[in-house]
Design a protein around this ligand. Structure first.
Ligand code: NAP
Length: 317
């Protein structure tokens, strides 16, 4: 029987199904694994189901000579916390959970866009503070989104789901940046560069994967190319954005607001961001619904089941 480690509590239905796949060990903590835990898990288990924050870096793999573990079945589509080539070099396969997360994450992008554009967080704080004196025609005027232009950086599954919501739901014009050609079921303009998209959009949304290739892809120059009334949204990964540059640009009014679900040094969120009224801050809520987390868990288990049965898992990365 395969020994399987699940590194965080998961929805009950997923844990129940996992019981049928092998001898399961549950890690009860909700915080990421530390280095020693990861090293011993690689030596002691056949399969690990890790998730965001479990930093399986090259250094971890150099500490195991002949790991017992043969599969890291990641819970989540983003796997930039796993050094995939270092894992492969030690004989491990890595899988993820694409698709299961798409709509939920696109919904959170829309929530961030709307809340930031319409100053919803600020308004709620005003009301709760007891300082609201009643409606008047020029109170808390925000950015009207209908008919505006959204710029999608990374037109993959989530980028397209956001674009569809913007186009069909809000009548927005869509401009985007993508390395490969896309067949889209709606009108959208492919931009020459991120700067090009930044200069055209009223809202920029980032939807590329994190990792070395995209680190600080969004930096001072991108913010400088944006219009001063524009807002910036990141639902992808924190390190794609130079957070210090974002703070500078918000402070000097180079852009008008930001909506963030992820942070460069997550879970640390700079105090400067927390004190800005024009910034909406979520605690990485992208996929946080029971159905979606159950779907992600089931997809990770599908990958494990296929692997145990000697088949190629559906979602090898
Ligand atoms: P996806 O379908 O693979 O789309 C990613 C897009 O990024 C693709 O269009 C790809 O472009 C582009 N891309 C990849 N590497 C790039 C690079 N080095 N430079 C520029 N563009 C690059 O992935 P997805 O399912 O949409 O997910 C996107 C990311 O969202 C995930 O990796 C994850 O980190 C994040 N995410 C966050 C949450 C959350 O809770 N906030 C939830 C789910 C996912 P091409 O098509 O041109 O190759």
């Amino acid at each position: 029987m395969n020994k399987i480690l699940i590194t965080r509590p998961l929805p009950e239905a997923v844990e129940k199904r996992a019981e049928k796949l092998g001898e399961i060990a549950y890690r009860k903590q909700t915080r990421p694994m530390n280095d020693a835990e990861m090293v011993s898990a690689l030596n002691d288990f056949d399969i690990i189901l890790p998730t965001l924050g479990d930093l399986f870096s090259e250094i971890i793999f150099t500490q195991v000579i002949d790991p017992r573990c043969k599969l890291l079945a990641n819970f989540g589509v983003g796997y930039n916390h796993i050094d995939v080539s270092a894992a492969r070099a030690k004989g491990l396969s890595v899988t993820n959970t694409p698709g299961a997360v798409t709509d939920a994450t696109a919904d959170i992008a829309m929530t961030l866009m709307l809340m930031t554009a319409r100053r919803a967080g600020e308004g709620e704080r005003l009301l709760r503070s007891g300082k609201w004196e009643g409606w008047h025609p020029t109170q808390m005027l925000g950015l009207h989104l209908s008919g505006k232009t959204v710029g999608i950086i990374g037109m993959g599954r989530i980028g397209q789901a956001i674009a569809r919501r913007c186009h069909f739901g809000f009548g927005m014009r869509v401009v985007y940046v993508s390395r490969s050609p896309k067949e889209l079921s709606f009108e959208a303009e492919k931009c020459r560069s991120i700067m090009d998209a930044a200069s055209k959009a009223d809202v920029i949304v980032v939807a590329v994967p994190g990792g070395a290739e995209t680190k600080h892809l969004i930096n001072d120059s991108v913010f400088a190319a944006m219009q001063s009334h524009a807002i910036f949204v990141n639902i992808a990964r924190g390190d794609i954005v130079d957070e210090a540059a974002l703070i500078r640009c918000l402070q000097n009014g180079q852009i008008s607001g930001a909506g963030l679900d992820v942070y460069e040094f997550e879970p640390k969120v700079p105090d400067k961001l927390k004190t800005m009224e024009n910034v909406t801050l979520f605690p990485h809520l992208g996929t946080a619904s029971m159905e979606v987390r159950t779907g992600m868990g089931n997809m990770a288990l599908d990958n494990i089941e296929a692997f145990i049965n000697g088949q190629t898992p559906m979602n090898l990365v």
